[in-house]
Ligand binder design. Structure first.
Ligand code: NAD
Ligand code: MG
Length: 287
């Protein structure tokens, strides 16, 4: 049982740091037993240095996968994530760079295949957000950059990954509850996440006949560096009590997200494609 997180007011600057989270986040719950669900697979996880992506990397490693992690610039967090993956007895390859660059996205796929011997699971998880309460003041450049980082990168990575994927492999895209509830201060971010849900559906229909499954995860509030580095940077008080408005009355831990990605990547989800799963603390959303 996860106890209620008490989150105080705080802020960070983007891209945020796992090491300075108050309180520290939980990445994998005590006693989580691997069952070789991803034995011998190779996964590429964007944003795997911290937060949800780091939890996915550790869970995948415990389930038998080698992982490549893409991160923007958080070398300390990425090095910690690599150490945690290697502690599970699996290989970890780190790739630093900006996923808004299509060439860099292609290099991420090539490097993963070269260094780890193939690719079976692409986890499109990197993302950013920025508070803006008035559309008429939202800079055009912010709108474009939001789509480049959150959405276009998923297209470039999936496009480069698909030639390497075969029957039983999968793509998992991180969307957000905000695609469904539409907060008034995250219009650009929410639009990218809605696009990711539709991208997931349509791409699934295109490749599912080849035995490649494509799904999305739409987290509710989860305790990761993204939140102090964006909501907290806007107003540190916004972080106080973060997530307490969910039906469960608390934010989620990354440790509650990793297993969802394991499920979708594994044969346990062999009849599931084009879907979005909602680990969000009990909020009912349609779709
Ligand atoms: P996080 O800050 O730990 O992870 C996001 C990662 O994205 C960063 O570690 C960073 O390295 C990477 N990234 C950002 N911009 C990048 C760029 N231009 N190029 C390469 N990498 C880049 O935060 P998180 O909350 O774990 O975020 C993971 C995903 O979960 C994001 O897509 C986010 O939108 C989504 N999400 C988070 C929440 C939440 O409450 N934390 C809720 C819903 C959805
Ligand atoms: Mg990070």
């Amino acid at each position: 049982m996860i106890s209620t997180l008490k989150i105080p007011a705080q802020s960070q600057t983007l891209p945020g740091s796992e090491a300075t989270m108050d309180p520290p986040a939980e990445m994998i719950r005590d006693g989580y037993k691997g069952a070789d669900k991803l034995d011998g697979k190779v996964a590429l996880i964007t944003g795997g240095d911290s937060g949800i992506g780091r939890s996915v990397a550790i869970h995948f490693a415990r389930e038998g996968a080698d992982v490549a992690i893409v991160y923007l610039s958080e070398t300390e967090d990425a090095t910690d994530a690599k150490r945690l993956v290697e502690a599970e007895g699996r290989r970890c390859h780190l790739i630093e760079g900006d996923l808004s660059d299509a060439d860099f996205c292609r290099r991420c796929i090539e490097e993963t295949v070269d260094k780890l011997g193939g690719l079976n699971v692409l986890v499109n998880n990197a993302g950013t957000q920025c508070v803006s309460e008035n559309l008429t003041e939202l800079p055009d450049e912010q709108w474009r950059r939001m789509f480049e980082v959150n959405m276009h990168s998923q297209f470039y990575l999936a496009k480069a990954a698909l030639p390497h994927l075969s029957e039983g492999d999968s793509i998992i895209n991180t969307a957000s509850i905000n695609a469904y509830v539409g907060p008034d201060f995250l219009v650009d971010y929410s639009a990218t996440k809605g696009a990711i849900v539709s991208f997931t559906r349509s791409l699934s229909n295109q490749v599912v006949g080849r035995g490649i499954r494509v799904n999305a995860v739409a987290p509710g509030p989860v305790w990761t560096p993204l939140q102090p580095a964006t909501l907290g940077a806007h107003n540190p008080q916004w972080l106080e009590g973060f997530g307490e408005d969910t039906p469960m009355g608390r934010a989620g831990q990354p440790s509650e997200l990793g297993p969802v990605f394991v499920f979708l990547a594994s044969q346990d989800a062999s009849f599931i494609s084009g879907q979005t799963i909602h680990p969000n603390g009990g909020t009912i959303v349609n779709g």
